[in-house]
Ligand binder design. Structure first.
Ligand code: GUN
Length: 291
């Protein structure tokens, strides 16, 4: 079994981007500028956004964090987004999800300028992705294709099972891995809460992507010998042996499943850092459009 090391792969992407940003700046252009919008006090969202800003600083991007109280009105947030859409200094921006209940995420995602939509969530970018046209890819699926590329793992001719049909991970992942593109060409099945005989399907998977948000859901008996396991879950579970009282686990029972897998992503240190790398690649592509 080999660990798919997201931390190391992301570090390699970071080093490459650092060189490219240097070249950009030396050629007289401004460094890429990412803006992140954070609404409210969700601790996980705060941590994710903090990591995104840190990556920007390490790689030489300009970055701005805009924080708003959870009681910001939908109208006020729309105004902030229009400002970013019209600001030539901003190459790309993200609105960290989830948003408070009184704000419609769908409406927010629709008013983001697709040219600055480095999360790849705008319907225009989703449509382009589905059509196989150049677009910003959603960061997590993009990051997963990058870690597959790094380790030379292709879905070509493989039976791929994806657990979860979210707009952020499962659905776009199913499209990318079934498309005729490098590391794609897989035969993909998407499983969800209404799927019957789930284990029958997972046991056949050459590549299994778990993105359902249920801690340690995938057990060893659900996995084929030699399967490639991509664990997208980031779940906090109680752990009294830790001073902070919790630890992170994925959607896969790592210890048992790693005995059977050929490759597996750990949590933390697998897909998480690759998601940030995917976003940073998108942000670089956004900045490239003005140079
Ligand atoms: N919340 C969970 N994942 C993501 C992501 O990739 N982008 C944003 N904006 N919010 C998220």
């Amino acid at each position: 079994m080999e660990i798919l090391d997201g931390k190391a792969t992301s570090a390699a992407i970071k080093a490459d981007l650092k060189v490219k940003v240097n070249e950009m700046v030396n050629a007289g252009h401004k460094a890429p500028h990412l803006v992140a919008i954070l609404v409210g006090e969700n601790p996980a969202s705060k941590a994710y956004v903090g990591n995104k800003i840190k990556f920007c600083q390490e790689v030489g991007y300009r970055s701005t964090l805009l924080t708003f109280n959870a009681d910001i009105t939908e109208d006020q947030l729309h105004k902030e987004i229009h400002k970013l859409n019209n600001d030539p200094e901003v190459d790309g921006y993200i609105v960290q999800l989830p948003l408070p209940k009184h704000i419609s995420e769908d409406k927010i995602l629709e008013i983001v300028n697709p040219e600055k939509d480095v999360d790849g969530f705008h319907p225009v970018n989703v449509g382009k992705m589905v059509s196989g046209l150049p677009s910003y890819l959603p960061a997590t699926p993009y990051g997963i294709t990058k870690i597959m590329e790094h380790y030379g793992i292709s879905a070509e001719g493989k039976f791929v099972v994806i657990l979860g049909r979210s707009h952020i991970v499962g659905r776009p992942m199913s499209i990318l891995l079934s498309q005729s593109r490098p590391y794609g060409n897989g035969t993909v099945v998407v499983c969800h809460s209404r799927t019957k005989n789930l284990e029958e399907l997972t046991r056949k998977a050459d590549i299994l992507v778990a993105a359902i948000g249920i801690p340690q859901f995938v057990k060893a008996e659900m996995v084929k010998d030699g399967a490639v396991i991509i664990d997208v879950g980031i779940n906090r579970i109680d752990d009294t042996t830790r001073t902070r009282g919790w630890r992170l686990v994925g959607d896969v029972d790592f210890d048992a499943v790693s005995e059977k897998a050929s490759y597996i992503t750990p949590v933390p240190g697998g897909v998480g850092p690759m998601t940030i790398a995917g976003l940073m690649l998108n942000c670089y592509h956004a900045a490239q459009k003005r140079v």
